[in-house]
Design a protein around this ligand. Structure first.
Ligand code: ADP
Length: 500
């Protein structure tokens, strides 16, 4: 199968979150399994400093954006350790900026225009490069228009008739919601600006557009696929999703163990595996404490890595830290960047308790690995979590996750309760009500076991380390989804022919 994967983020070229990890790893696994994936992404500034060679292809295109024409070109790279081609859509004015989507807390005002350009450029590239595509796999709102362009414009062009489209939702809360005037930029007929297609309460919504026009939809965990059909987590799109329920599924993300593995991770102080985790972790913990200017201490070290966005539960975390930090022998290491209010609150805590709280308010791949390896407990009290990757990394690094049982966190962490203790299957601690008291109770349960029941702690750690969340399983699930889609498309076109 030939699969075109379009994403605004791809590791190692550009990343703000899990979307990048997925779109950097899934194609490599698809290739390993005998398929031909190729990736399309925008030529952001970070693409050129990612350490992979980028070669111009000499392909230039003129893309209509409303009443003007924007010029762009294509370059090519490959995903490290593979032959997967990465096509880079270049347009320096749109893409070579300090950040990917926003600066100083404000979205770039021309985000709609930038991703209209990206999606049209992808469609045009299929023609220019004469790519044989079986599945057009878009990711998130930035690629939402692809399915609409395919269905409304390109389908009639020879070569495009049988392409099946899939849209993966990595986070429903980010929708690409723009002024209705931006509809003109898309070049699509205004008749599609209606509540059943591209309009969302008077605005243009690019994620909804993808949800309506793609042949199939998936998201990154089975629980999240169900949750987003409810008004609680549907972000206003629950109606569309319920309407498309039979075309919507959930596939848990995998982990790239070439990057996230304590046995081979070159960014951590000492490598370790399931037999040597105690010694390894103890070295990594000391080195992390040093890096974060914390004194050595035997109490549990709690790690957090993530966007400082309300989704990730920072309100609860800060409340719980305020309760625990002065009273208990535990330390915190936090890496993240995002909303200014959380930057402020975390800085205050770190200043007030320099021996207990170490923070780094920025983005650092190295430190993310060091926190995974050096912490004893990893906290993910997300209000909602489509899949979550850090809890999966934590399992591998023997860092026991404490999570809110939602979305992918509910699907991947086995809470320590009576039953799992009896069956010796627990991998972490979950809480069920999204409330600071519930988080506090879960964290206290975890620290109690850590301090007073080392055998049980050892069992939870090793259960997690022995699990396999590698991409091979998830990639196979994607392959069967692609195959079902292609079959459906083929039989639909046979039906169409026999109708004619
Ligand atoms: P989301 O996609 O919602 O941000 P995920 O858990 O799916 O959450 O993926 C987050 C990814 O981004 C992980 O690989 C995590 O390590 C990484 N990450 C998030 N914030 C930072 C940061 N400040 N520095 C380094 N890595 C980060």
């Amino acid at each position: 199968m030939n699969i075109l994967i379009a994403s605004s983020e791809v590791v190692p070229f550009a990343k703000t979150g899990g979307l990048a990890d997925v779109c950097g790893a899934l194609p490599i696994e698809l290739e390993r399994l005998g398929h031909r994936p190729f990736v399309f992404m925008p030529g952001f500034r970070s693409v050129y400093t990612a350490g992979q060679p980028v070669e111009p292809l000499g392909v230039e295109f003129n893309i209509p954006i409303g009443s003007k024409i924007s010029k762009g070109s294509l370059a090519k790279s490959v995903l490290p350790g593979s032959e997967v081609e990465v096509f880079i859509v270049q347009q320096p004015e749109y893409f070579e900026r300090a950040e990917l989507y926003r600066e100083a807390g404000e979205d770039y005002p021309d985000n709609c225009e930038r991703f209209v350009f990206f999606c049209r450029a992808v469609m045009e590239s299929i023609r220019f490069l004469d790519l044989q595509v079986d599945v057009l796999h878009g990711n998130d709102w930035q690629a939402g228009l692809l399915a609409a362009y395919l269905a409304l414009e390109y389908r009639r062009i020879p070569g495009f008739e049988k392409i099946a489209s899939l849209l993966t939702i990595h986070n429903l809360a980010y929708q690409g919601n723009f002024s209705h005037w931006d509809m003109a930029l898309t070049g699509l007929d205004w008749k599609h600006f209606n509540w059943q297609q591209m309009e969302f309460y008077g605005r243009l919504n690019l994620l909804k557009t993808g949800l309506v026009f793609a042949d199939a939809l998936n998201t990154v965990s089975p629980s999240y696929a169900t949750e987003i059909q409810s008004s609680d987590l549907g972000c206003g799109l629950e109606g569309v999703l319920r309407h498309r329920a039979k075309d919507l599924s959930g596939i848990i993300n995998g982990v790239d163990y070439d990057i996230w593995n304590p046995e081979s991770d070159s960014r951590i102080a000492k490598n370790y595996d399931v037999t040597s985790w105690k010694e390894g972790k103890s070295e990594c913990k000391k080195s992390l404490q040093k890096a974060m200017n914390l004194p050595e201490s035997d109490g549990p070290l709690v790690g957090l890595v993530g966007r400082l966005a309300s989704q990730k539960g920072w309100h609860l975390i800060i409340e719980v830290m305020k309760t625990l930090v002065s009273r208990f022998d535990m330390q915190w290491t936090i890496l993240g960047t995002g909303e200014p209010e959380y930057h402020r609150a975390l800085k205050e805590l770190a200043e007030a308790f320099p021996d207990k709280v170490g923070i780094e308010l920025g983005f650092s791949d190295d430190l993310a690995h060091q926190i995974e390896a050096g912490s004893d407990i990893f906290l993910m009290p997300s209000q909602y979590e489509p899949c979550g990757l850090n809890q999966l990394y934590s399992l591998k690094y023997g860092t026991v996750p404490v999570v809110h049982a939602t979305g992918g966190l509910a699907d991947t962490i086995i809470n320590l309760d009576q039953e799992s203790q009896l069956q010796k299957t627990a991998t972490g601690f979950s809480f069920y009500e999204y409330h600071a008291d519930a988080l506090l109770a879960a964290l206290r349960r975890a620290t109690d076991v850590y301090s007073h029941n080392p055998d049980l702690w050892q069992q939870i750690v090793t259960n997690g380390m022995q699990q396999d969340w590698s991409w091979s399983q998830s990639a196979r699930a994607y392959i069967s989804l692609y195959e079902r889609l292609i079959d459906r498309k083929a039989s639909a076109s046979v039906d169409q022919c026999s109708d004619e």
